[in-house]
Design a binder for this molecule. Structure first.
Ligand SMILES: [Zn+2]
Length: 166
């Protein structure tokens, strides 16, 4: 059985401009991290495509790097000595849901060497509502259980979501 999908032309869509983009940058200990998270509004939700470079590598067997990945409700990648991205705030959560049912909760990034690539569809947000919010990469795996943020460790990279002018 074949279901026609509005994502069936995904490859041509990904060659075009996204509706919004977050340009990611690492904290002082992870200044090599860079990359983009692109947001494409489609009929059934938002297609999110993360392409990240310069991630740390654990180098340990059975400890492959997995990085929790969320949209945060704050609008700024600034902070303080304890948390350089503190002003990114908490997981974006307009519905007052528990983790991992926050609108801003996303699948984790699986490290492939220093690289990670992830593409997925979510209907928890629209592109327009997340313009000006932030994307955060954490240094640990998201356990999808612990409140309020999955015991995901430190914030190691951040980017502000900006609309793409057409
Ligand atoms: Zn969450």
């Amino acid at each position: 059985m074949y279901y026609k999908s509005d994502e069936s032309n995904i490859c041509s869509m990904l060659r075009g401009l996204p509706d919004a983009i977050a340009v990611m940058g690492g904290n002082a200990q992870n200044s090599s991290i860079r990359g983009t998270v692109k947001f494409y509004q489609v009929a059934r939700g938002v297609l999110i495509v993360a392409d990240i470079f310069g991630l740390p590598v654990s180098g340990q067997a059975c400890k492959n790097s997995i990085f929790a990945f969320h949209i945060h409700g704050g609008s700024d990648c600034s902070g303080n000595g304890d948390d350089p991205f503190a002003n990114a705030g908490s997981h974006y959560n307009p519905g007052s849901c528990p983790h991992p049912y926050h609108a801003g909760d996303m699948p984790p990034l699986f490290g492939a060497g220093h690289r990670a690539f992830l593409a997925f569809l979510t209907d928890r947000v629209t592109v327009s509502e997340i313009i000006g919010k932030t994307v955060i990469i954490h240094d640990r795996v998201d356990d999808f259980t612990t409140q309020p943020a999955g015991n995901a460790g430190n914030k190691i990279a951040c980017g502000v979501i900006s609309a793409v002018k057409r």
